[in-house]
Design a protein around this ligand. Structure first.
Ligand SMILES: O=P(O)(O)OC[C@H]1O[C@@H](O)[C@H](O)[C@@H](O)[C@@H]1O
Length: 486
């Protein structure tokens, strides 16, 4: 029995106090509903310890749950945030993704204190302990504590604490993931930032190891990759919805990307044929290097999710690393000029040569907004390549639709078009450990370029304030930001 009433209760004009309530979900499964004062909410099923809903203050669902999800044990619920433990995927001898997502968790009324206190008042603590049944398939005693907290600003935080409670002195190892299903408008309108140059294990190619070449990560077919040593912050940018999910992780080095696309979906009973278009799994994980705990030891892994209005700029990700590189890179001016020349060179209509600003912002002068132009450039003309850098333009041709009218300074959501370029340095000769010369493959780097088509002062926007530090001059009409990500 669901607790939701119909017609839906209109939103209260006054903020309600944060609340935590028990309720029944589909098929009568127990769930806990978290509500925050401004109307944000989240739901956690005890079955699987699984978050199955996260809504913003307008009541929009931010997580994907399949319309065919069964909510019937022993099958895991298709969607939300399943917990993969003690095994991720098929990386071990257990059933896929381990058993935690198919177990009934209990409410932990008296959890050990958290070392850091949280501002969230709406939270629930769950616990899963070893059962006799599980000891037969995974002979280790553990206590898994999960806190799900909804912050006053609607952020959703999941913290897992896993303790080895073996009494026979044996350590155990496990792999783990928060298998987060994000709801997206259309998978072809989505771009990921933060994983562009990483090594990954490709589960669709026999777990072969490869490296992303710095191209924009967009989706055109099935994907099942485990990115290794992923940054603490990953952005999932939904151009169509003009929404960006910001995922922060701690204690979880890897990040999995998964979308089954059309063919695989056909073999999934609990997944609608077309639903792959409206979801994307981005899963903070510990897969490549399993976590090992000795008896008495505890591991902690955290994921924080927030949903912010687009646009979200490249420069905001990993500011400690990238900002320094951008501002200090001696080649920046040259690269800016190179890109602008290439863009102008490929322009269908003549335009005045663009002035290049110093310090990371490069004005595109009086050029029209770049959207339609970007769509046309597939490859940089070879004549523009120089001996040091060759740019292969792998453009994101799924740019946001141009706005008919856009706000000027002070707008919360300025028009924002992005494109990613890849530039390769020429192969270098390096001396190998034994003195022999070895040729290294070209080192990939990505250059992200964003266009803005309105005057825009970053300092006026708290959400983008960090970009103001990166580009201290105010932005003017039709500007380009260029940044190099090594
Ligand atoms: O269908 P399941 O068991 O929920 O798994 C879904 C997918 O989960 C992903 O995390 C894995 O990388 C995929 O390989 C897997 O297919």
């Amino acid at each position: 029995m669901a607790t939701a009433s119909w017609p839906p209760t209109p939103r209260s004009p006054r903020p309600q106090a944060p609340s935590v309530e028990r309720a029944k979900g589909p098929s009568g499964l127990d769930k806990v509903v978290l509500r925050e004062a401004r109307g944000f909410s989240a739901e956690v099923h005890l079955y699987g310890g699984q978050v199955t809903s996260w809504k913003n203050d307008r009541g929009d669902e931010l997580l994907f749950v399949s319309s065919k999800a069964t909510f019937k044990p022993p099958k895991a619920i298709r969607g939300g945030i399943p917990i993969c433990f003690p095994q991720f995927g098929t990386h071990g001898i257990l059933e896929k993704h381990g058993f935690a997502r198919n177990r009934f968790w209990a409410i932990d009324d008296n959890p050990p204190p958290f070392p850091t206190s949280t501002a969230a008042k709406a939270f629930v603590d769950l616990i899963l302990k070893t059962s006799e049944e599980d000891l037969k398939i995974w002979p280790h005693s553990f206590e898994f504590r999960l806190r799900v907290a909804l912050g006053p600003g609607g952020d959703l935080a999941l913290t897992s604490r896993i303790r080895n409670t073996n009494t026979d002195g044996r350590p155990f190892s496990f792999t783990f993931a928060y298998h987060t299903y994000f709801s997206v408008s259309d998978i072809s309108e989505v771009r990921i930032e933060g994983l562009e140059t990483l090594d990954y294990i490709d589960c669709l190619r026999g777990k072969e190891r490869s490296t992303e070449q710095g191209d924009a990560i967009v989706f055109e077919s099935e994907v099942d990759k485990i990115y290794l040593d992923a940054p603490a912050k990953i952005a999932i940018i939904d151009h169509e919805k003009k929404r960006t999910f910001v995922l922060r992780k701690d204690g979880l080095p890897d990040a999995v990307l998964w979308n089954p696309w059309d063919k695989r979906t056909k073999n999934m009973q609990d997944f609608g044929d077309e639903e792959y278009k409206h979801m994307l799994c981005v899963e903070p994980a510990a897969v490549e290097k399993p976590i090992t705990l000795k008896p008495g030891e505890e591991w902690k892994g955290k994921m924080d999710l927030s949903a912010v209005p687009s646009s979200y700029c490249s420069g905001q990700l990993d500011p400690n690393k990238r900002d320094t590189e951008v501002t200090n890179d001696p080649n920046l001016g040259k690269i800016c000029r190179g890109i602008l020349q290439k863009i102008n060179g490929a322009s269908p209509s003549p335009s005045p040569p663009p002035p290049v600003a110093s310090g990371g912002g490069a004005s595109l002068g009086r050029r029209p907004a770049g959207t339609h132009l970007l769509r046309q450039i597939r490859r940089i003309p070879p004549r523009l390549q120089d001996p040091t850098f060759s740019f292969a333009a792998e453009l994101d041709n799924r740019l946001p639709k141009p706005r008919r009218k856009h706000p000027m300074a002070g707008a919360a959501d300025p028009p924002h078009n992005t494109a990613s370029f890849r530039h390769r340095r020429a192969p270098r000769q390096v001396t190998g450990a034994r003195g022999g010369a070895t040729e290294r493959p070209p080192r990939p780097a990505s250059v992200a370029v964003s266009w803005r088509s309105s005057t825009f002062d970053f300092s006026a926007h708290p959400a983008l304030a960090s970009n103001h530090e990166l580009f201290p001059v105010p932005f003017h009409v039709r500007t380009a930001q260029v940044q190099i990500v090594n």
